[in-house]
Design a protein around this ligand. Structure first.
Ligand code: HEM
Length: 182
């Protein structure tokens, strides 16, 4: 089903992702590059997830999702979020766009755009975009620092950038749904 068909992409997530992969030129070579270079990212999973949540805590607009009523960081919530982000990172690195995976992505999208419980309300879409920007920067720096072949580092950054923005497209889908009335 192409996106010209007037269904919400959520009705055919695999078609939606496939079309974007083709459009972005994320081909088999990129997929192989992503899988080959994934260990560079995954061996830093803990540092990456911790640094991201520390970054969120620096800004009131993003910190509010992770604070207790008394304004202190909710460590349990932060640990759960780091764990979820780690899972997303590991599964992303597999580039396996199965039915289960693409609907997992849609579920993650809705847990940001249609968040029903917890402090902070729904996550503003601009922070989803900005967070993917942080991920791109972090990954590119890791490739530059840890891959001795600069061409490989460049290819890895290009391939991961394509993949991350396809994920971002999926993560923004919930924001295009009509919001439920209170
Ligand atoms: C690259 C962008 C992001 C990714 C890949 C990501 C990933 C995830 C994942 C995998 C989950 C678990 C979802 C589930 O189990 O259903 C989650 C939940 C959550 N994320 Fe994110 N996240 C991103 C951006 C953000 C931002 C910018 C914020 C806010 C500053 C945020 C706040 C949250 C919160 C509060 C939850 C819990 C949702 C709930 O209450 O169920 N995330 N995220």
């Amino acid at each position: 089903m192409s996106s010209e068909t007037r269904y919400h992409p959520g009705a055919d997530m695999q078609g939606f992702i496939r079309e974007l992969m083709e459009f972005s030129g994320l081909d088999e070579t990129d997929v192989a590059t992503i899988r080959r270079t994934a260990p560079v990212i995954l061996r830093h999973e803990r540092d990456i997830t911790s640094a991201l949540y520390e970054h969120f805590l620096k800004f009131p607009t993003t910190a509010r999702f992770f604070l207790r009523d008394d304004g202190t960081p909710d460590q349990q919530r932060l640990d759960r979020r780091k764990h979820s982000l780690g899972r997303w990172l590991r599964e992303t690195a597999e580039v396996s766009m199965t039915h289960d995976f693409v609907y997992y992505l849609l579920g993650v999208a809705l847990s940001h755009s249609h968040r029903a419980t917890g402090p902070g309300g729904t996550v503003p879409p601009q922070f989803m975009v900005a967070t993917m920007s942080l991920a791109q920067t972090t990954f590119a720096r890791l490739f530059q620092a840890e891959l001795s072949d600069l061409q490989e580092a460049f290819d890895a950054s290009l391939a991961w950038n394509k993949l991350l923005l396809i994920h971002l497209n999926a993560l923004l889908l919930g924001y295009f749904l009509p919001q439920r009335q209170a």
